[in-house]
Every structure is written in structure tokens, then in C-alpha cells.
Design a protein around this ligand. Structure first.
Ligand code: 6R9
Length: 631
């Protein structure tokens, strides 16, 4: 199923559009099914109702583990690099990983988990995180992984939304020189989570934690009480595999739902092709398993293909900005898949951290999460790839399950900051505001997809209407991505960024409404408006305009108060980079905040603010501009 020439890509693409069912039916033959499907695809985008491989039975862990045992049992499945380079790295072969997953699956059962139950995972980037994820899949429980940077309140909201029965966590996590007290955060979260019956705690940083009698158990104790034989649960192709929460333009994150069969096929197929993975190679994705990139391209995609997936706890700059390069040298990494924000941050340290490092193993480079600017692209190409490693700029989303528009390594000619061409099976279309298709090349519009693909989301947990409204109602019969996009003269796609109220901060999706809600929780805040602005390292920074009561002679409100509130309500990842206290916000007569104006001010624009005639009080704009000059 690996594409090896551009001609083959063109042929496969054509076939995938002309006869999608035959195309995906053939791709799916490369996976292991307990029972075959009777229909490859049935769909409509109105409801939406999408079913892939209907009637088929499988368990994704048999594809990620069992099927490799006979031939590749002793091959490394996961290599783990700890936060502190002085500690030993750990390697799990496929045999070992299979054994650990089965054992932990039995621990889950012992603690009352069964098929269909939702399980929240809040863990550091350790092999046990991958084990926990796979153990859920093994028994047919639905995992909901929450990134370690989210606050107790965010966790509680997510746990309650999907009524999780179990939580898997650790005492803490390392993040460079810092420690994150995961269990403490979970304890705070669980005060408001009546559905959680058990909490399994892994020892990692060895910080003291409190264990609640009857609820909390230690991972290390539990595994002693079970054996390592665990028959995989037989799942329907359309049974739920996981929920992953993501931000949208409203205040409340949605639980994006992926199902077993289609997701597996899509993650595996795209992994194998986009990275042109070759047997025996070491593949290093620097994402966190708390995000979709980690789900699809640290765990499920690579393991389904019998690959060696390198997993790393820590940050790119600790203990030095050579950390990635040292890992590449040490483990002879062949593929590095990372984010533009990490590249820009490492660029800022100059040449010194690269001196004497051996990059000769690098064959393929990848970028994900946000548009990659040309400067970062060239630096990545020259300094890390030495001009010899193709860069795959992979555009996709939590909702798409896997990579959608991207070069295929060694096959597609690349172009700096272009995601290039759609993968087989993906039918992008650009539309104007009215949903009219923009045809031809050298054009820009809103990016939609007009035909289903196996990895697409099926619903948003507990609220199908929301899924419909968010993705399938903006334009009739199309999946709307929320991204703006241009198609150049060669038909290459370049993603220009979100067209909705979603920010992309260091590759993390954050809704402006979420941040505003958090800021407004502070007793002293009357109202706020949040917009993004260009940031050298993060891609986008968060700019908050906050109405300060002090200006009306009330209690003193400080920027620190606001930062603390946001950290408590959402998590440190959503902290504004700039806060501007104002006495009013630019509103229309109907009371809508004119973000367009605030965005311009945040970008440093002071004169060309566009039409302000519909504003209720145009004078407030002048005041904001003056204040903005001072910060
Ligand atoms: C995989 C992931 C999705 C949003 C997406 C877009 C942006 C992702 C990109 C990119 C330009 C790329 N995005 N990859 N923009 N070029 N190669 O990041 O999922 O966290 O859901 O974010 O990220 O705006 O809509 P997710």
C-alpha cells in the first residue's frame, strides 16, 4: 500500500476519487479483521451519518500488537527518552508492549471497566501512557486523553461531559526543570466528578500524593494482581475508539469521536505513505499523546505498521537547546515529525546547539499543527535535513483523524510552506462565503472537503447536533474545516490559518471564547475580548482586552490576577501574552464586539482600521489605540 512514485500517486488519487469504495476496500485488506465488512461506505453529510467498513469486526490492538509478534516480536515498538538525559532510555519490544498492554487491560477490568465505558487519561509522556491508551482499546473502553497542561476545571468539564468511570493518572510529570503535580490536579478535578469510581495512579516523579481510600489505587500494586493474558474485545468497525476534546468558536470544547475501523485504516495508511516509513527505521514524533498528533502518529499509526516509535518526555530546550539533536544522534532517528513553533524556538538559539551533532540518520522531516513560515522551513531543510530530507508539511485536524493534505515523502515535490496536494481519498474544495465553489488555480477560499474519508469524526460526544452545526451546516453537503486556504498556479494547497474564532498558539487550538469566559470568571472583570496576533515563536499570541473596573474606581485588578484565573480555569497554555486594560470595547449598535478592529490593533495597526461607522462609540477605538502603544 506504499506509494513509491508520483505517477503512482496520480493513479491512486484518480482511483480513490472515481471508485472510493474499491480503493479503501483494498487499502483495508492490509489490516487484520476478525470479520469482513459487507459495505465499505454509506454516508450523508446532512445528518451527518458516516459508516465505514460496516459489519466488520476487529480490535485495533490486534493490528498494533498481536499481528507483529510472530515476525517482529523482538523489534522495538516504543523507545522512551526521559526528561532528564542522565536517566536511561527505555525500550519496549512488540512482545513486551503486548504483555504490558494485556496486563494493564486486566487491571482496568479488575477495577470495573468494561466495553463502552469512558476512561479519562491524564498522564505524563511515558510508555505507560501508550500502554493505558492501548489497554482501553484492548477491552473496548473509550479513552479520553487530556493533555497534562489543562487545569482541574477543564479536566472536570471533560470528565463530566463524557461521564468517565475511571481515571488513569500519575503522581506527576516532568517538564524541563519543572514538575507538574498531576495527581493533585486530578484530586481537585474529581471533587466535582460524581461518575468517577476509580483512579489508577502511576508512580513517576515520586512526589508524595494523597490516595483516597476506596477510589485511588497504585498502578504498580494493581499489575501484581493480574496476569498478562487478555483476549482482545471484538469491536464493530463503527464502535467508538476514543474521544478527544478540542476547542471551537464557542466557549465549550467538543468531544470529537473517532471509531475503530475507519480510524485504524486511515492512521495506518497515512503513516506508512506520508513518512515513507521503511522497516527498521526509528521514527520520532515530538507531539504529546494528549493531542491528536500523538494519538495518530505516536501510537496507532506507527504501531499498526510495526514501526519503532520514539516517545519523549520533556521540552525541546531542556537541559539545553540541543535536546532533539542529541536524541536524533543517540537513537539514529530517521524521521523527525515536529511543530513549527518548536523549530522557530530552536532557531532562535543560533548555530551553536547544532555544532558537532550527527544528523546523517535523518531521511524524512515532518511539520504539523500550524502553517510553517518559509524561514523556518528553510532552516529545517538546511540545518536538520542537510538539503537531503524531504519535509512533509502535513495539514490535518483532530476531526480528520489523520493527515489530509501533505507531500508524500520521496514522492511529491515539496514547496516551502505548502502542504502541497491532497492524499488519495481526500477531495478538497475551496468555497466563498456563500458556499460557491472557487474553481481553477491561483485562488483562495474557505477549505472544505466534499467526500468522506475513513478517519473523519463521526459525531461530537453526547451532542450530534453540535457536530452537524459546526462542521456540516456552514456549506451544504460539505465538511467545513474552519481553515482558509489558497491554491496556487500548480494546484498546490497552502493553508493560511483559521477563519473562525479559534487561535493556534504553539500549534495548540484555543478558542477565543474559552479564554474570554475564563477571564470573565474573575470577580473584578466586567468584560473582555480576546484576539490573536502574530508571534515570532508561538505563531499566534493571545491578546486580551479587558475592561478594568479600576477605571471606574473599583477594586484593583492586576494582570497577574487575570493570568492566574486563566491558568485555573483552562490551564497555563491559554494564558494571554498581552493584556490591555481598557474602559470599553468597540461594539456595534447591536452589542457585538468588533473583533476585526481589535485584531488590527493587536497587530500594531493604528490607522487603517476599516469601517468604524457602525460603532456605538467610535471614541473608544482611539483610546484603545493610545493604550496599546504603551504595552
Ligand atoms: C493535527 C492538528 C488543527 C488546526 C487546523 C489548522 C492548523 C494543522 C497545519 C495547520 C497549516 C499545517 N494546522 N496542521 N495549518 N499547516 N500543516 O494540529 O490538529 O490540534 O486539531 O489543529 O491546526 O488551522 O485546522 P488540531
Amino acid at each position: 500500500m506504499q506509494i513509491t512514485s508520483f505517477k503512482q500517486y496520480e493513479e491512486d488519487y484518480k482511483k480513490s476519487v472515481e471508485n472510493p469504495e474499491q480503493f479503501w476496500g483494498e487499502v483495508a485488506q492490509n489490516f487484520q479483521w476478525r470479520k469482513p465488512w459487507f459495505k465499505v461506505l454509506s454516508w450523508n453529510f446532512q445528518e451527518p451519518n458516516i459508516k465505514w467498513f460496516e459489519g466488520a469486526k476487529l480490535n485495533i490492538t490486534e493490528n498494533c500488537l498481536d499481528r507483529h509478534l510472530a515476525t517482529n516480536g523482538d523489534k522495538p515498538a516504543i523507545i522512551w527518552e526521559p526528561n532528564n538525559p542522565e536517566e536511561e532510555s527505555v525500550t519496549y519490544t512488540y512482545k513486551m508492549l503486548h504483555e504490558r498492554v494485556c496486563r494493564f487491560a486486566n487491571v482496568l477490568k479488575r477495577n470495573g471497566a468494561k466495553k463502552g465505558d469512558r476512561i479519562c487519561i491524564y498522564m505524563p509522556m511515558v510508555p505507560e501512557l501508550a500502554i493505558a491508551v492501548l489497554a482501553c482499546a484492548r477491552i473496548g473502553a473509550v479513552h479520553s486523553v487530556i493533555f497534562g497542561g489543562f487545569s482541574a476545571k477543564s479536566i472536570a468539564d471533560r470528565i463530566n461531559d463524557s461521564q468517565c468511570k475511571l481515571v488513569i493518572t500519575a503522581d506527576g510529570a516532568y517538564r524541563g526543570s519543572k514538575q507538574i503535580p498531576l495527581k493533585d490536579v486530578i484530586d481537585d478535578a474529581l471533587i466535582g466528578c460524581p461518575t468517577v469510581e476509580k483512579c489508577i495512579v502511576l508512580t513517576h516523579v515520586r512526589t508524595p500524593v494523597s490516595m483516597l481510600k476506596g477510589r485511588d489505587v497504585w498502578w504498580e500494586d494493581e499489575v501484581k494482581h493480574v496476569n498478562d493474558i487478555c483476549e482482545a474485545e471484538e469491536m464493530d468497525a463503527e464502535d467508538m475508539l476514543f474521544i478527544l476534546y478540542t476547542s471551537g468558536s464557542t466557549g465549550k470544547p467538543k468531544g470529537v469521536v473517532h471509531t475503530c475501523g475507519g480510524y485504524m485504516v486511515y492512521a495506518g495508511y497515512t503513516f506508512s505513505n506520508v513518512f515513507n516509513y521503511q522497516p527498521g527505521e526509528v521514527y520520532f514524533c515530538t507531539a504529546d499523546i494528549g493531542w491528536i498528533t500523538g494519538h495518530s502518529y505516536i501510537v496507532y499509526g506507527p504501531l499498526s505498521q510495526g514501526a519503532t516509535s520514539l516517545l519523549f518526555e520533556g521540552i525541546p530546550t531542556y537541559p539545553t537547546p540541543s535536546r532533539f539533536w542529541d536524541i536524533i544522534e543517540k537513537h539514529k532517528v530517521n524521521t523527525l515529525y515536529t511543530a513549527p513553533t518548536a523549530i522557530r524556538s530552536l532557531m532562535s538559539f543560533g548555530e551553536e546547539p547544532l555544532q558537532g551533532k550527527d544528523f546523517s540518520s535523518i531521511r524524512v522531516l515532518g511539520s504539523v499543527g500550524e502553517p510553517i513560515n518559509e524561514e523556518a522551513w528553510h532552516w529545517f531543510d538546511e540545518k536538520i535535513g542537510h538539503g537531503k530530507a524531504p519535509i512533509v508539511d502535513t495539514w490535518w485536524q483532530t476531526e480528520t483523524g489523520g493527515i489530509m493534505i501533505s507531500p508524500i515523502a520521496t514522492v511529491t515535490p515539496t514547496k516551502p510552506s505548502f502542504a502541497t496536494l491532497p492524499l488519495p481519498g481526500i477531495q478538497p474544495i475551496l468555497v466563498d462565503e456563500n458556499g460557491k465553489e472557487i474553481e481553477g488555480n491561483g485562488v483562495s477560499g474557505n477549505l472544505c472537503i466534499k467526500f468522506p474519508w475513513p478517519g473523519m469524526l463521526r459525531t461530537t460526544y453526547g451532542d450530534h447536533e453540535r457536530c452537524k452545526q459546526t462542521y456540516f451546516s456552514a456549506y451544504e453537503n460539505l465538511y467545513f474545516t474552519g481553515d482558509g486556504c489558497m491554491r496556487d498556479e500548480d494546484g498546490y494547497y497552502r493553508i493560511t490559518g483559521r477563519v473562525d474564532d479559534v487561535l493556534n498558539v504553539s500549534g495548540h487550538r484555543i478558542g477565543t471564547a474559552e479564554v474570554e469566559n475564563a477571564i470573565n470568571m474573575h470577580a473584578g472583570v466586567i468584560e473582555s475580548a480576546v484576539v490573536g496576533y502574530p508571534h515570532d515563536v508561538k505563531g499566534q499570541g493571545i491578546y486580551a482586552f479587558v475592561i478594568n473596573p479600576e477605571m471606574h474606581g473599583e477594586a484593583e485588578l492586576t494582570k497577574k490576577d487575570i493570568l492566574q484565573t486563566v491558568t485555573r480555569i483552562i490551564g497555563a497554555i491559554a494564558k494571554p501574552d498581552k493584556i490591555l486594560f481598557v474602559s470599553g470595547l468597540p461594539k456595534t449598535r447591536s452589542g457585538k464586539i468588533m473583533r476585526r478592529i481589535l485584531r488590527k490593533i493587536a497587530e500594531g495597526e493604528t490607522t487603517n482600521l476599516g469601517d468604524t461607522s457602525t460603532l456605538l462609540d467610535p471614541a473608544v477605538v482611539e483610546e484603545i489605540i493610545e493604550a496599546a502603544k504603551k504595552i
